[in-house]
Write a protein that binds this ligand. Structure first.
Ligand code: KG4
Ligand code: ZN
Length: 344
């Protein structure tokens, strides 16, 4: 179905307030992301109440700014798409409330977008890959809250092949980084010090070789905790912290490479392997996954870093894909703090 008009995307499910305007063909006309990292850093994690208030303060001006750059007003849009879940309820209410109000006032369509679906479809944004991946493809969704292998069989058609039995991989990065005394968010900080380290510590690779493509990271995290405890009360020497970080990252890359191999065997018809979510920005992991995909004769599509972490371009693009498939949401559509991909 041809879409007449641009789509505004809004993301506010966690600690990024983001807005983006996309042309009907997927060209990015404006994109804005405001991170709340500084607001939460002192607490070592995202504080939901602080997040919701920060979204409330930031969203209006951010949307106006994006629309100004795109040279559009609300009434020029085909639709407004907002993340309606999964995520923190306060932020979801701010984003969807704003989107619904603007859609109602200007007579444009409203789309309640699933955040995971938005990550899943990002790889189809025109111009990202040499060729737009067609369905079905294998998605590895690796973020702070999610760690799943998903068969993406069409817009709204997702089949989970495997998931984590305990922590999400980003969570494992964040917790391990904390053990090493690194600032929040841990993933990027851990990757940075791992560059100066040697992977000389032996750490477990939970689930490696097991049937299926489920993940587990708690044993790995515990092993790092025991290693760090061995240093006693004093500060961990910097080089040792770097070596532990490199060993941890290596173990995670090994686990993910093994799980991807199993997932590919479960979806032999996959046209491509797509990675999405914050952890997909980790270079060491990207390289390992590209090797596994290549060995199976598949291309690895890894969006640029800014589109791997939370953003609104992916929300607007998911909105365009939904409109093209003939979908639209009611203004009464609820926010869903828990909203598994299979329930879309
Ligand atoms: O997708 P995302 O921005 O937010 C959601 O969780 O939905 O992912 C954030 C997660 C955090 O756990 C962060 O530590 C991790 O992704 N992360 C990384 C890297 N960059 C972000 N983990 C490992 N290496 C990185 N370079
Ligand atoms: Zn995300």
């Amino acid at each position: 179905m041809a879409i007449l008009g641009c789509v505004l995307g809004i993301e506010s499910s966690c600690d990024e307030t983001a807005a983006a305007v996309l042309a009907p063909d997927g060209r990015i006309l404006a994109e804005r992301v405001l991170t709340q990292l500084a607001d939460h850093a002192a607490f070592g994690g995202v504080v939901p109440e602080i997040a919701a208030r920060a979204h409330l303060a930031a969203l209006g001006p951010l949307v106006q700014d994006a629309l100004r750059e795109a040279g559009l007003g609300f009434a020029d849009l085909a639709a407004i798409a907002a993340t309606a879940g999964p995520g923190l309820i306060g932020g979801l209410l701010v984003g969807t409330g704003y989107a619904k109000g603007a859609a109602l006032a200007s007579g444009v369509k409203y789309l309640a977008v699933n955040h995971l679906e938005a990550h899943a479809l990002t790889a189809r944004l025109p111009g990202l890959a040499a060729a737009q991946p067609s369905f079905p493809y294998l998605l590895l969704l690796v973020s702070g809250g999610h760690c799943q292998c998903v068969a993406v069989e069409g817009v709204g058609k997702y089949r989970r092949l495997g998931t984590t039995l305990d922590d999400a991989v980003g969570e494992a990065f964040d917790k391990t980084a904390k053990l090493l005394g690194l600032p929040y968010p841990g993933g990027p900080a851990l990757e940075a010090i791992a560059r100066d380290g040697v992977a000389r510590f032996e750490l477990p690779r939970p689930m490696r070789g097991r049937e299926g493509c489920d993940f587990s990271f708690s044993g790995l995290k515990t092993a790092v905790a025991q290693l760090v405890a061995g240093y006693g009360e004093g500060a961990l020497p910097r080089q040792d912290a770097a070596d532990i970080a490199a060993s941890f990252q290596n173990a995670v890359a090994d686990i993910m490479a093994d799980r991807l191999g199993h997932a590919l065997a479960m979806l032999p018809g996959a046209t491509a392997v797509v990675i999405a979510g914050g952890v997909a920005s980790n270079q060491a992991i990207r390289v390992r996954l590209a090797d596994v995909a290549g060995a199976a004769g598949k291309i690895l599509v890894a969006p640029p870093l800014r589109l791997c972490t939370d953003n609104a371009v992916m929300v607007a693009w998911a909105g365009i894909e939904r409109l093209q498939a003939g979908h639209e949401s009611l203004l009464s559509a609820p926010c869903r703090p828990r909203w598994p991909l299979e329930e879309i």
